[in-house]
Structure formats: C-alpha cells, structure tokens
Design a protein around this ligand. Structure first.
Ligand code: FMN
Ligand code: FE2
Ligand code: FE2
Length: 392
C-alpha cells in the first residue's frame, strides 16, 4: 500500500512472474495492475487486480482502511487484468455496490454473474458523492474496450484513467513519479501503446479531447507509475502516438529460416550505421532469445517514419512471422510510412512482391521495387550502401 494523498491510496500489485501479457507481449520488466482506494465518508475502490494476487491485494486494502467497509467498487474497464477479482471483493465486502456504465453490465453478468441489483449504472458525467469529494464518470469507448470509462476526482484534479496512459514495467518505490520517471518508462510506454492500444488512435484522440477540458494534476492509470510530475509529457506522448506521428529513422524488421535474409538485414544495418541514419533492427523468427520480436518491432514502427521488411519466400508467400507482423500493421491502421522490402528465395521469389502489395494497400510510399535475391546474400546482389542512401 502507498499513500498518494490524504484521500487516495495505491493498493495495486506488481507481476514479475508473467512471461507474456495477453499471452503475446513479452514483459522483461514485469507489469503492475493498479488499483486505488478513495477514502472519505464513503470508501470507493477503483478497479481490482489480476487473479492470483488476492492475498496481497486484500492486505494492501486493509493496510489503508483497516476494518472499514468498502461502499463502492468502480469498474472502469472489464479486461480481466483489472476485473478478475470483482467476485472475490464482493464476497469479502458484501454490502458493496458496483459502480459501472450501461455497457459494462452485460460483461459483469457474463464474467461474474453479478446480479443487477448490485450494480449502480452511471451515465456520462454523472456524480457520485463520497462525502467531502465526489467522483464523476466519463466514457472513453475503445480505449481499450467498448465499455471503458475514466473516473474523475475533481477535488484532487485526479483522473483514474484505466489503460489510458498505462505502460509495461512494474512500479518501483513510491509509485508516484519524479522528474526522471518518464524518461525511464518512455520506451515501455510506447511498446504498451503500440501493442495494446495501437489500433485505437481515433478513440484515444476523442478521449484526449474530453480530458483537455479538465485540469488534470494527477493521472492514476491501471499500469505503471502514478503521474504527477510528468502529466504533460505523458499526455503529449499519447497525443503523438494516437496521431501516428513519427521521427525520421528506419525500422528494419525481418524473419529468416537459414540466415540469408538475415545477412541482408545485417548488411543494411551496417550501412545505416555508417551513414549515421537512426535505425533499429528486429528479428521476428525468434533466433535470438531475449529479443522483443514483434512486440519491439511494433514499438519502433510508432517511432520511425520508414519500415524496411525482410522475408524469405515461403510456400509461394511471405514467411509466416513476417506476414503476422504485416497484418499487425494493418490491424493498427498504421499510415504515413515509407516502405521497402527484401528477401531471399530459391526457385521463384514471391515474398517481396506480396510485401509490396500489403504495404501499398496501407497507403505506404514504396521507396523502390525491393530486393528479391536468389539463394545467398551478397553485395553484388544487394547494394545496401545505395539503399542506405535512399533511406536517409
Ligand atoms: C518450407 C519452405 C518453403 C519454401 N518455399 C519456397 C517457395 O515457395 N519459393 C522459393 O523460391 N523458395 C522457397 N523456399 C526456399 C527459401 O525461400 C530459401 O531457402 C531462402 O534462401 C531462405 O531464406 P532465409 O535463409 O532467409 O531463411 C522455401 C523453403 C522452405 C523451408
Ligand atoms: Fe485493457
Ligand atoms: Fe489493462
């Protein structure tokens, strides 16, 4: 338990055991499931945590309120990393009422069989008094599920923002940020956004517009630190990401079975290095353990304006992990990027043409027809120095 203010207590937990978030995204620095208590004449709990942390969660709550009762459980978001302990909390605090919006009701019933008489349905902007302060509720659909809302505590300038402004990475020490915290989490925040929320740029923009009317002094999201000293940086990063804004640089993403396409990728990286072009390189085939794979590749697609993709030809098509990456770009509605493809084949190349077709369908600017080369990579087959000039 951490005290955030006279009224607000952090009662969330760190998960440093989970290997992949949503069964997909690696967690080298863990993740936190944040939950908060607002303690006044009435006590409100905002969201719960992932199942498996029952004891730690309840012990955090009891440390904050001892044997006081919880009056309300506010459900901002029904994804199970925040909602899976709802039933557990209801059993523990039998008088408790669930506070949620209309779209949440069928999900509460479907996941937990919550009876309707235990749910207080809140409309947009509705207030719930806790005594000396009150909570109000604002819908932010599709950030990141359709039922998602944020809870605003006006007296403290605090938004309980759900997954919005969240980040991978367990929380250390005080939970509340200091001046350096944003720089420490920035990469993991971009990776979280690109992996989890990346498809919903427009809904995030609508949510930001709604929040811009509020004087936000503190952001309490469901993952990562509480933001007090970096509110502007965090909001402006989400603004940039949801507008798909990027800086100049090259994101090389490739997969390779036998190392030929990989050799071409490495050669290009060396030329970009020599030319002083900012770049990153991601192997999707999992040859190098410890790499972030598609998760890291998506992060850097949200950073850089140029995507260079390498795939061998595989059964007249694109190598499956690379195809998955291209589909992940389509799913995230990535736009406004420059694109170039390369890859090895043995008897009839097809991957480069198909990569170009997928890139064109997303409106990317093709920087050339690509390099489809037979068998082994060589400088003669692929002039990576010339390509680096084009990519500058
Ligand atoms: C399962 C499998 C399917 C393949 N399908 C094709 C194909 O349809 N057309 C082709 O020209 N080469 C095909 N190849 C050959 C590879 O494209 C070739 O070995 C290439 O050099 C592999 O590049 P890499 O070293 O980057 O993995 C296939 C290879 C494998 C193992
Ligand atoms: Fe979520
Ligand atoms: Fe979440």
């Amino acid at each position: 338990m951490k005290k955030i203010s006279d009224r607000i207590f952090y009662v969330g937990v760190n998960d440093t055991d989970k290997v992949q978030f949503e069964g997909l995204w690696p967690l080298p620095y863990g993740v936190s499931y944040n939950s908060y208590l607002v303690v006044d004449e009435k006590v409100a709990l905002i969201d719960t945590v992932e199942c498996g942390f029952e004891e730690e969660f309840i012990s955090n709550i009891e440390e904050a309120i001892a044997d006081r009762h919880i009056d309300y459980l506010v459900v901002n978001h029904m994804e199970p990393d925040h909602s899976s302990l709802i039933e557990y909390v209801m059993q523990r605090y039998p008088g408790l009422m669930i506070v949620a919006n209309a779209r949440t009701v069928p999900m509460l019933k479907g996941y937990h069989g919550t009876p309707e008489e235990k749910i207080m349905v809140m409309a947009e902007g509705k207030r719930l008094s806790l005594g000396s302060c009150s909570l109000s509720f604002h819908m932010i659909p599709m950030v990141h599920w359709p039922e998602t809302m944020v809870t605003w505590l006006d007296e403290e300038g605090t938004v309980f923002s759900g997954d919005a402004f969240g980040t991978f990475g367990a929380v250390q020490g005080d939970v509340v940020d200091d001046e350096d915290t944003f720089a420490q989490y920035r990469d993991e925040m971009i990776r979280y956004y690109s992996n989890i929320v990346g498809k919903y740029g427009n809904p995030v923009q609508s949510a930001l517009k709604k929040l811009s009317g509020l004087d936000v002094k503190r952001i309490c999201s469901t993952h990562g630190p509480v933001w007090e000293h970096n509110v502007d940086s965090v909001v402006s990063l989400y603004d940039r990401l949801s507008r798909y804004e990027v800086e100049k640089g090259v994101c090389i993403v490739y997969g390779s079975m036998y190392g030929n396409t990989a050799a071409a990728a490495d050669a290009l990286a060396m030329e970009l290095e020599a030319a002083g072009v900012p770049y990153c390189i991601h192997d999707l085939a999992g040859n190098n353990s410890g790499e972030l794979g598609i998760s890291g590749a998506l992060r850097d697609v949200f950073k850089y304006d140029t995507i260079v993709v390498g795939s061998p030809t595989y059964n007249n098509g694109i190598f499956p992990p690379v195809e998955t990456f291209m589909k992940a770009l389509q799913a995230r509605l990535i736009k406004g990027r420059r694109f170039y493809a390369f890859g090895s084949y043995t008897w009839a190349g097809a991957s480069v043409r198909q990569l170009n077709e997928m890139a064109s369908s997303m409106g990317f600017v093709l920087l050339g027809e690509g390099m489809s080369f037979a068998q082994a990579y060589s400088r003669e087959k692929c002039d990576m120095a010339a390509l680096a000039e084009i990519l500058k």
